[in-house]
Design a protein. Structure first.
Length: 69
């Protein structure tokens, strides 16, 4: 099971390749559980077990914020 957190709900056309890639990576069928997360603002966070993959505004802005402090 992969938990998909999103700011704006992805359409099925975008989810199908993600489902296939995750299933290929983990070597088993991966089902997706979708969950809205307003804290992301923009982007997506994927959690499979202990693995977390995130591409969000926060992860992209964090290095900039560190550089400015």
């Amino acid at each position: 099971m992969a938990q998909i957190e999103y700011a704006g709900r992805p359409n099925e056309e975008a989810l199908q390749p993600l489902r296939l890639k995750l299933s290929e990576h983990y070597g088993r069928n991966i089902e997706l559980e979708l969950r809205e997360n307003a804290d992301l603002l923009v982007g997506i966070r994927i959690t499979v077990g202990d693995d977390v993959y995130e591409d969000s505004a926060d992860t992209r802005l964090r290095p900039l914020a560190r550089a400015l402090t």
